[in-house]
Write a protein that binds this ligand. Sequence first.
Ligand code: SF4
Ligand code: SF4
Length: 377
Amino acid sequence: MPRNKVYNWQIKRETVYPFEGVRSQKQFAAVFDINKCIACQTCTMACKQTWTTGKGQDYMFWNNVESKPYGFYPLAWDVKLLGMLGPQKWDGETFSGKTIFEAAPRGQIAAGYLPDAYDYAYPNVGEDEPYGTVHQGDYITVPHRVWHFYLARICNHCTYAACLASCPRKAIYKRPEDGIVLVDQKRCRGYRECVRACPYKRVFFNKSTKISEKCIACYPKVEEGTQTQCITTCIGRIRLNGWIHTPDQADPENPIDYLVHVKKAALPLFPQFGLEPNIYYIPPVHVPPPFSRQMFGPGVERAVQAYQAAQEDRTLLAALTLFGSTEFWISRFKLSNGLAIGFDDAGTERVRVPLMEPVYIRPFYDEKLEVYRHNIT
Ligand code: SF4
Ligand code: SF4
C-alpha cells in the first residue's frame, strides 16, 4: 500500500496518507455554529426523509445531533478511538502525536474499529445529560461548571478520507470538481473496511443490500448551486455551506475562508485524527476549554474570543448573518450599509440581510383603526 507524504494544514505538519492525497479543485465545506444549535433534530429528519427511507436504512442517520459529553451515535465512537490512540500531544499548533494513519496496526490502513449493531441502537443516548452536579448555592460562571452542548454531525468530506483509502475495491472516490466523497454502489462488496476506518463513523452498512452507504452532501443540490438539506432546513440557522481553500489561498471575501482562516473562529472536529475534515465548528463558549480543546484542537480559546467579539466586528457579524439566510450557495460576501450581501459562484447577488432588524414602535392607541395595542413593538 502506498504511504504518501502529504501536508495537513490543520495539524501544521507533513503526515502519511495511504492513498494519492491529491486535493480537489474545489472543496465542499460548511461551518456549524454550536452555540446556536437547539437539538430540534430538524436536520436529522430532513436528511432521513430525503435519503434514508429505503430497506436496510432504518438505523442510518447520515446527519445526527448528539449531546456532548454523554451523547454518541454510534455508541462511544469518539472515546473508543481516543482510548485506542492514547495521549494526544500538541506542540503549540503542531500536532506531535500520531494520526490514525500513523497509528495503524500492521496490515491495516488506519487505527479504528467496527461498531456492533447494538452501538447504533440508541441514537439519542445521553441526550440533554449535563456534565457535573448543581450544588446548593451554585451560581453561573463562564465557562459553566455544569454544561453540555449539541454536536451536529455529517460526513466531513475529508481531504484525506480514511474511508476512501481503506477500501480494497477502490469503490470510494472523491470528486475532483467539489471534493465530495461518494461510494460507488456498483463496485462496493460490503467489506466494511470503510466503516472500520472512518474515525467519525460516517459510513453505514446496509444489511439488505450488503453494501456501504454514506452522506452524499446532497450533491444534486450542490450541482445546481444550492446548499444541502440539513443546512437549508436548520431551524437554529447554525449552518453555512461553501468552498474552503488552504490557508495560503484563503480569500477573505469567501465567508467560509473568512470564518476559518481569517478570523479563526471555526475549527475542524478532531483535527488530530489527520484527515483534514471539512466541516468546521464555532466552539461552544460556555464549555471548559480542556474539553473543547481535545475535540477541536489548540485554537479553541482564540476561536471563542473571535466569536465573542462579533458584536463589535461588523464584517464578522455579516458573515454570521448569512447563516440560514438563503438556499443558494454563497461563494462571496460583503458588508454594505448595514447589509450582509451574498453572491454565488457566478458573482450574482443572491441574498441581502440587515445586520440589525429594524424596530417599529406602534402607538398604544391606533386612531385610524381605533384599537389599543398592548404589545407595541
Ligand atoms: S468523515 Fe468518514 S466517511 Fe466522511 S469522508 Fe471522512 S473518512 Fe470518509
Ligand atoms: S436543525 Fe439546526 S438547530 Fe435543529 S438540531 Fe439540526 S443543527 Fe441543531
